[in-house]
Design a protein around this ligand. Structure first.
Ligand SMILES: *[C@@H]1O[C@H](CO)[C@@H](O)[C@H](O)[C@H]1NC(C)=O
Length: 270
């Protein structure tokens, strides 16, 4: 198949992060990055995932097999309707404060970070992500990837370490985050009128997650903006991200452009 080499090391966060770049004095471009923990091994080209599941037909009673029906046209189905109405966009320069108010009760999470009880548990910086191979949690957490990170009640403090990394690269004024799932965050941003000019979707890579995230993210994309995401080519082939991206583009008459492992979709200008 059209398989590219597996993506290199991933650095994923179970949160939504917002770099707010000031390209000009008057315009604050608002960039939304949606990412989450993703078991990197799903990205690795492994034949296991591509093996078809074979049923022993003789043992499966015909009565429990689904009847063959003609699939309705995609447009008739309602799982492609994401009906939450987004409120009018807040101005770019108010985006940060809107999130601070809504999520953090008006106080920057970077203020007095890290808390005293967390400070000794963090590394000054740890920017590295993880790759795609090997026995999963045991290796990731205990042996390989997080062996240098402290665990508290089963939590390897990834959010705190992410925050610490942002502090380390001196980006606290331009990056804000929401410590919620991608789906919940997108729903809320839509309700709050927080729109983006550039939105990256790099969260769940199964079809249903990607489908939902892309649709919800597109609703908060400003006209003329760009939505893009990683892992268009994975071992899930056309069953995961790629299927969701292609279906979305087809139903919305949009064109998918490729850039390495990334898919890119431009929204039409207003
Ligand atoms: C949120 O902020 C208000 C006003 O600063 C304060 O009175 C209130 O106690 C805060 N709530 C929480 C849960 O910290």
């Amino acid at each position: 198949m059209k398989q590219e080499p597996p993506p290199p090391v991933h650095h994923r966060k179970k949160m939504v992060a917002f770099p707010i770049n000031k390209f000009t004095k008057s315009t604050a471009f608002f960039i939304i990055l949606l990412s989450c923990y993703f078991l990197g091994y799903l990205s690795a080209p492994t034949n296991k995932l591509e093996q078809p599941i074979s049923l022993n037909k003789q043992r499966v009673p015909q009565s429990i097999l689904p009847a063959v029906t003609t699939a309705p046209a995609a447009a008739e189905l309602d799982y492609n309707r994401f009906s939450t109405r987004c409120v009018n966009p807040v101005a770019s320069e108010h985006v940060r404060q809107t999130i601070l108010d809504r999520v953090f009760n008006g106080t920057s999470p970077w203020q007095n970070f890290p808390a005293a009880h967390v400070t000794p548990l963090l590394r000054p910086h740890r920017i590295k992500g993880w790759g795609s191979k090997g026995a999963v949690f045991e290796n990731l957490i205990r042996k390989e990837k997080f062996k240098d990170m402290k665990m508290v009640n089963g939590d390897v403090l990834l959010m705190h370490q992410f925050m610490q990394n942002v502090v380390y690269v001196k980006a606290t004024e331009s990056i804000m985050f929401m410590p919620f799932s991608t789906s919940s965050s997108l729903e809320k941003l839509c309700e709050w009128g927080v729109f983006g000019e550039l939105i990256e979707v790099d969260a769940g890579h199964d079809f249903h997650s990607a489908w939902s995230d892309i649709n919800k993210a597109y609703k908060i994309l400003r006209p003329g903006g760009v939505i893009f995401g990683h892992d268009y080519f994975t071992s899930a082939d056309n069953k995961g991200v790629r299927r969701a991206v292609n279906l979305f583009a087809r139903l919305n008459n949009l064109r998918v452009q490729l850039d390495g492992q990334h898919w890119v979709i431009h929204s039409p200008p207003a």
